[in-house]
Design a protein around this ligand. Sequence first.
Ligand code: ZN
Ligand code: ZN
Length: 73
Amino acid sequence: MAGKVCPNCGQNTFFENPYGRKCTKCGYTMKISPNEGKGGCGKKCTNCGKFTVFGDKCRNCGAIYQKGKKNIG
Ligand SMILES: [Zn+2]
Ligand SMILES: [Zn+2]
């Protein structure tokens, strides 16, 4: 699958990861703040303990939260 265009080398090898974006070709990394730049903290993840739950998913450990219950894994 194709990634986004890397601002450093210009190839479509710029992939998102939980911590930001990284180019798999040249290794260029871009840190994006967790809430996609909107600011503020996420909710606390009961699985990993970090404030990285946005919407219904923890960006740190990937735990999925649904209304009233959580599914880990
Ligand atoms: Zn690159
Ligand atoms: Zn988590």
